[in-house]
Design a binder for this molecule. Structure first.
Ligand SMILES: [Zn+2]
Length: 346
């Protein structure tokens, strides 16, 4: 890898060559992180960020769709695009080893990447921002959903333009959407797995529709939304072998295709996993890293039982991710008509 020179390039067009390369080749056109400003009829600006995670390529595909669309459609508003971790994209990685995660650098810090984030935020100050959209993918099977950091009507409206399924969170505070939420309605879209056409389509439509929307709702809602908030993060204890097929001899055996459970409510009493040796193989932590396992799971003779209603999300079957990061999250629905302080959110 070449030395980390965190230049922030700036340009004012999407080059035609964009349509002939893929995300891993993005450095041919964007050798460094880049802000692309495309002037629209109005100075009001929609901010879009892509490739904060280098292997989440849907944002790059959305740029290609935009480039094609703009050939014969004028931009009603100015579009400011941040093309973020191009080095990680080149390597096909979330982020380069030894480098911070580009979606954890937005609330101050000492690294080169934090300085880059500051420069991007500086470029936004003083602008008339109408909305911010950060485009991501996830690894397991999940529905398309948006994440917001405020339950204000304009945030809910923006998220609902992408999907009726929404996740509200305030932690980690270092994500870009949290910084942008202080400036305008902001949403992080989780557009399925990288490259899935439905996710590209929907994310493009969201950018397109936001560019054309005259105003966000300032009160109420006009569609049915399910808003979840995360209450716990599931982690597997070290030393446990995990399996997902009935023939597996793993000590911790989950149902096959368990990522289909994502965003599907589970009742108390659900059999969560077969466990064939003593001990508690899975722990649940809240945002404060308190162990809240016993609120959710009970160890019985041969398995693990869910003891209260919960909705899983981001369960992945990829054992590398499970061991490096986590198994998934547990969520509960937010009562939008009776919002309470959600102290346990993560
Ligand atoms: Zn991501």
């Amino acid at each position: 890898m070449d030395t980390l020179d965190l230049t922030l390039d700036e340009r004012h067009d999407l080059p035609a060559e964009l349509l002939r390369i893929n995300a891993r080749e993005s450095r041919k056109l964007f050798p460094d992180p880049c802000l692309v400003e495309l002037k629209g009829r109005s100075e009001e600006t929609v901010f879009v960020s892509v490739l904060l995670h280098g292997n989440e390529t849907t944002g790059f595909s959305v740029l290609q769709r935009l480039a094609r669309w703009m050939r014969n459609h004028p931009l009603p508003r100015t579009l400011l695009i941040f093309i973020a971790n191009v080095r990680a994209a080149e390597a096909g990685l979330r982020h380069i080893a030894g480098q911070p995660d580009y979606n954890r650098i937005w609330n101050g810090g000492d690294s080169l990447e934090h300085a880059l984030a500051e420069r991007v935020l500086d470029k936004l100050s003083g602008r008339r921002l109408s909305a911010a959209i950060d485009i991501h993918n996830n690894t397991g099977r999940n529905p398309l959903y948006g994440c917001i950091n405020s339950l204000a009507p304009d945030f809910l409206h923006l998220a609902s333009m992408f999907s009726p399924t929404v996740v509200y969170f305030r932690n980690p505070a270092s994500v870009i959407s949290m910084a942008l939420s202080r400036l305008c309605p902001a949403v992080t879209v989780e557009a399925g797995r990288p490259g899935e056409p439905a996710g590209v389509e929907r994310a493009f439509d969201l950018v397109h529709d936001t560019l054309h929307l005259s105003t966000f709702r300032q009160s109420g809602r006009d569609c049915d939304l399910t808003v979840y908030h995360t209450v716990g993060r599931m982690e597997i204890e070290p030393g446990w072998r995990i399996g997902f097929t009935p023939s597996s001899d793993a000590q911790l055996l989950f149902p096959s295709g368990m990522d289909e459970w994502n965003f599907s409510p589970r009742q108390a009493g659900t059999h969560w996993a077969r466990v064939s040796q003593p001990g508690m193989p899975l722990r649940v932590f809240n945002a404060a890293r308190q162990d809240i396992t016993e609120h959710f799971f009970e160890r019985q003779a041969d398995g693990l039982i869910l003891v209260r209603d919960a909705t899983p999300s981001m369960i992945t079957l990829d054992t590398t991710i499970i061991h490096d990061d986590c198994f998934g999250y547990l969520m509960e629905a937010v009562d939008l008509d009776n919002q309470q302080v959600m102290a346990a959110e993560i």
